[in-house]
Design a protein around this ligand. Structure first.
Ligand SMILES: *[C@@H]1O[C@H](CO)[C@@H](O)[C@H](O)[C@H]1NC(C)=O
Ligand SMILES: *[C@@H]1O[C@H](CO)[C@@H](O)[C@H](O)[C@H]1NC(C)=O
Length: 267
């Protein structure tokens, strides 16, 4: 049984009136988190109005500190009934209600939302086609020994939770055992001056998804300077994984907006 969490959905003005008349508008959906912060502080709402070809869903966290639960076994398990399941149920609602195609659902988030983006990619790989993570940690890195909901994990935050590609990939696979399909294409951003979620976490995220995709985390095929903007270094490990280190940037990396939409194939 899937449980709903509070959320709202942004439809661009043009799309909303099209929906009013046809109710069959087929579009892309972008799931974004967390609610208020992301609605006000990121360009997605404006971009949805401008491009008028996608819907944004802003789930709101039920936890008092406004962070997503990325620590309990429930949230780190497919259909475990935690926050990840709540978000997946919102996606299902959007698909059922607006005819969003199954292969055009994307996820992004910052900090706790970035952590949740990796968790969603691991627990619901069949739901999301691609993800963009800002200042997050590898899926499972914030796991709580006692399965506490929304627990802080200082070992992970300080960059002391180090794993091999194989270890991190098996954590992903354990979140949805038996799944043999494809995983979402992932872009991972981190600031090299992040003193809250240490930049070592970018390496761990890259190792994790490199392990899942069968790439070599130590040997990106391509390294681009000043991409997507000045002072950012983009490492391309394969068509499904990019890691982007933002020089001199702390917690959090500014959301790239149109660059994200390009990664998702929306524009
Ligand atoms: C949809 O239709 C209702 C009823 O006609 C109207 O009140 C509402 O403003 C319309 N919404 C949009 C976004 O056009
Ligand atoms: C924090 O997470 C790591 C895995 O990244 C785990 O080994 C450790 O036990 C966790 N710490 C607590 C206090 O739960």
């Amino acid at each position: 049984m899937l449980s709903f969490r509070p959320f709202f959905i942004l439809l661009s003005a043009a799309l909303a009136s099209a929906l009013n008349s046809t109710l069959t508008q087929v579009t892309d959906a972008l799931v974004n988190n967390p609610t208020n912060i992301y609605f006000g502080d990121t360009p997605y709402a404006q971009l949805a109005d401008e491009y008028a070809n996608f819907i944004v869903v802003y789930p709101s966290t039920p936890n008092s500190d406004n962070c997503w639960d990325v620590s309990s076994t429930a949230s780190l398990t497919r259909d475990g009934g935690g926050d990840s399941t709540g978000i997946a149920s919102m996606v299902q609602y959007a698909k059922d209600t607006w005819g969003v195609p199954a292969d055009k659902v994307f996820v992004t988030g910052t900090s706790s939302g970035g952590m949740m983006t990796n968790v969603l990619a691991a627990t619901y790989p069949d739901v999301f086609a691609a993800g963009v993570v800002y200042s997050g940690v590898a899926a499972g890195c914030f796991a709580s020994d006692s399965s506490t909901v929304d627990a802080w994990n200082s070992t992970c935050a300080l960059g002391d939770a180090i794993g091999t590609s194989e270890q991190w990939a098996s954590i992903v696979h354990d979140m949805y055992p038996g799944y043999t399909g494809t995983y979402p294409r992932m872009q991972e951003y981190h600031g090299d001056a992040d003193e809250w979620i240490f930049p070592q976490n970018l390496e761990e995220e890259v190792k994790q998804w490199a392990g899942v995709f069968g790439y070599n985390a130590n040997a990106p095929g391509q390294v681009q300077a000043d991409a997507p903007s000045a002072g950012y270094t983009k490492s391309v490990y394969g068509e499904s994984l990019q890691g982007i280190l933002a020089e001199g940037v702390g917690h959090t990396v500014p959301v790239q907006g149109e660059e994200d939409l390009r990664w998702f194939g929306i524009i």
